[in-house]
Write a new protein. Sequence first.
Length: 489
Amino acid sequence: MLRAYSFQEIREAEARAATAGVSVETLMERAGAALAREVEKVTRECLFVCGGGNNGGDGFVAARLLMEKGYEVAVLCMADRFSEACAAAKARYHGEILGRIPRRRYAFVADCLFGTGLDRPADGVNAALIAFMNGADRVIACDVPSGLSAGGIALGDAVRAEKTVSMGALKEALLLADGADLAGEIVVADIGLPMEGGAEVWQDGDAQERFPKKKSHSNKGSYGSVAILAGRGSLGAPLLSVGGALKSGAGYTELWLPASAVLGMDAAQIAAARAADQVLCAAAAIKYPACIVNIYDGEPFFSDALAYGMGAGTGPFCKETLEEILSSYTRGTLVLDADALNTLALCGVEMLRKKRCPVILTPHPKEFSRLTGKTVEEVLSDPVGLAQKFSCDYGVTVVLKNNRTVIAEGRRIAINPTGSPALAKGGSGDVLAGLIAGLSTRLAPFDAAAAGSYLLGRAGEIAAERMGEYAPDASDVISLLPAAMTSLR
């Protein structure tokens, strides 16, 4: 399994290397050599744009090594201060160093300006250097495209790379948010860093392990039951969740529609309300005949997983229902999405202390902002750290959805690498909630959340390949979940 690391974890690994006697200069030589090897694969002429930090030092090393092999290289460096290691690498490079931005357009440029050393938007000369690099035909980034934050957010202008050579280990920033668009092809260079921790980055084999071959001597009862509880809002959202659950492999999928409120009604009105309930049940059964449709009137659930909140509304019924299932559901895993999350935010996340079963929350950044009291910008700048903190504080599994979803359960973290802009439509999250709930009938919460996110992302990728990024809707994604599963083989 791949792992991705935060900037802080990289710095801690560098400190451990130093303690073990591996100098910064040694790491710089290894990194420069790795960058030079990638440049060699595509060009014999390159301009290295170097800053004054250690990322710039990697560039000076690479330029020196290529020059010694007869390649046409030059360095553009406008820094006025240098780290000790960068200054030493600069001194060993005896080629051309440009002190101002040239008018010439370069076909191939190596970005060695900042790497992981930037925590604010580039300005002045550095902003001009980023703009200059983005004007080149092709750009290779050393470690991280300059301008990218630890959370994968572009801090103002950032370099758009064709390829990024990530030194020592895969960086979280290259997978998250803007990093997924700016990094290009990612190559991880082993420079001997003693890494610890990191977030899981699942691949096909990791997801496939969660779908072992079924025994021939088995039946629907062998694979658990999942319940989707609708609310008094939209019926479309829970029906999409049913679609996801039906494709999960669960043995039974149930949809529970809430009974109409009849307080204060006379007998005729009650009869009409009950008749309307049955019409809704019939409509849902026509949409998904493989689903068992029931009327919910407050009775306990005995399914192996339960999902609630999709299209539920945020009125008193949702609050009462949420309190009830948190305090009474004990059989399996509870998945809370959409309006269940909004109700938690309105009524207080301390409601989660009442839970009597494993709970999975599936917020998008705005919903997570409401749950945590952080701004959306703060959530996007540190999705891993904030998801992990919330998970630890409340003892839940957090599925923080974005173009690269973060799954957190205590100290365990995963970053889902699959996905497509084709999923950027209403209903995708409803499908995911049902899919994760269905997988929870036989998988532990973290594995169900990670496997569900992986499959939904793959289905989105297949949808984009077949229909383009604009046309697919949530129903298309449901129909392509089987193709996503078979693609794992």
